[in-house]
Design a protein around this ligand. Sequence first.
Ligand code: FES
Length: 111
Amino acid sequence: MSDWIDIAALDDVPQRGARVVKTLAGCVAVFRTATDEVYALNNSCPHKGGPLAEGIVHGDKVTCPLHNWVFSLETGQAQGADDGRVETYPATVENGRILLDKAALNRRSAA
Ligand code: FES
């Protein structure tokens, strides 16, 4: 059974917006899509460290604010850049609260 950390109310994150939370895994950007899906990704773009939380959310993707790489919120994979991938973490919504998987955040990224 997973251990979940309550990080915010769903309504604290605007639709098609994001909020940054500090975790042991570093700064994690928690995104909310227009259809209220929630995704958690490392906030730092693998290209040159752009703040993904400040990017533009469209569908289930986010565009980095610095040089417009486009990432899948679900897989973290960059479109058209084979080596561009950002770490993702399991996130869910329960009773209007956003929860992140504690074990995944404690696991340090291998990169
Ligand atoms: S830093 Fe994100 S695309 Fe360049």
